[in-house]
Write a protein that binds this ligand. Structure first.
Ligand code: SIN
Ligand code: MN
Length: 323
């Protein structure tokens, strides 16, 4: 029988001790959220787990990033007018450390717990936000883009951020408007010009209202900061943004978008390396997956398949009927 532990830990040192024990324990472990965490997620729209991955686990991923960013491929989107990478897409399909992260129970289990259902990977990004060069992410909800572009039926998808660098108030941390997920999908416009990456963004007046309602200067915007290895789970309707990085410190973070299998997208308007088309439920590796040798499938190890670039405006069930 699986052992369950709560993720209701408070300090980084507590987390580090627990995971050192877990990494040596030969038991099947299922990470359940506590009732308090369920309530907090419902109220605020996010949960923060400082130092969830150990420095050794984080290093395995950090060391892989320069090799991925150096590739001249469509899946590396560079900052507007610059050579530095803004976003690397789909590394879990061609990089072993990230394929292992994509199957990690510390991330998958709590999201399965929240949705009560198996998950597939809708999107996988490694955002650079490099020192001096990293550009803004405008205010937006991710589900707005997934609905408008990908025809994802409902908001039953979760964002997970994992810090690969320490995140502080200077290197462009994520900013959230707590509770804004309760508004559901809000008006957005397709911004094709501000940065190198198109995004459905929310206008400033609406942001000002949402911040005011969330507490104004008293907590209307929050920014979880912490050491490399920290994880944030945030609701797909939570309104978020980040400023540019004028500091001398990189802020590389992995973002995984985990979608309930029953809620899979209905259209392939964006290339497959941005919005995935394999709805197979994720099966987790053991908890020591990042540090030990487990075989993982790397279907794009030799490069993107041509089919991954094919897109259509027509919902795919209609394409299938016509074929
Ligand atoms: C995102 O919203 O998808 C990324 C935000 C960030 O990297 O700051
Ligand atoms: Mn986002």
């Amino acid at each position: 029988m699986a052992k369950c532990i709560g993720l209701g830990v408070k300090s980084q040192s507590e987390v580090a001790i627990i995971y050192r024990i877990l990494n040596t324990a030969i038991v099947e472990i299922e990470m359940k959220l506590t009732p308090e965490q369920h309530a907090q997620f419902d109220k605020e729209g996010y949960l923060f787990f400082p130092g969830l991955f150990s420095p050794e686990e984080t290093r395995v991923m950090v060391e892989e990033v320069p090799r991925l960013y150096s590739r001249q491929e469509a899946f590396n989107v560079r900052e507007k007018g610059k050579d530095v990478v803004r976003t690397n897409f789909a590394a879990h399909l061609y990089s072993e450390p990230f394929a292992k992260l994509a199957r990690h129970p510390r991330m998958i289990d709590p999201v399965e717990d929240l949705f009560g259902e198996k998950l597939y990977m809708h999107q996988f990004k490694i955002n650079g936000k490099m020192a001096f060069e990293g550009d803004v992410w405008q205010w937006h909800q991710d589900y707005g883009t997934w609905l408008n572009d990908d025809m994802m039926p409902t908001e039953r998808a979760m964002n997970v951020a994992i810090f690969l660098d320490d995140v502080n108030s200077f290197n462009g941390p994520l900013m959230f408007i707590p509770g804004s997920h309760k508004k559901g999908v809000i008006d957005a416009k397709h911004d094709l010009t501000t940065t190198s990456y198109p995004l459905w963004t929310v206008d400033n007046d609406l942001i000002a209202q949402l911040v005011q309602r969330a507490g104004g200067k008293e907590g209307g915007i929050v920014s979880p900061t912490g050491p490399a290895g920290s994880m944030i789970l945030f609701h797909s309707c939570l309104v978020h943004a980040s400023a540019s990085n004028l500091s001398p410190w990189n802020r590389v973070s992995v973002y995984l978008s985990l979608c309930a299998v029953s809620n899979h997208i209905k259209r392939h308007k964006r290339p497959e390396y941005i919005a995935h088309r394999d709805f197979t439920p994720i099966e987790c590796l053991p908890d020591d997956g990042l540090l030990n040798n487990y075989p993982v499938d790397l279907p794009w190890a030799k490069g993107l398949q041509a089919s991954a670039l094919v897109t259509t405006d027509v919902p795919f069930d209609q394409v299938q009927k016509a074929a």
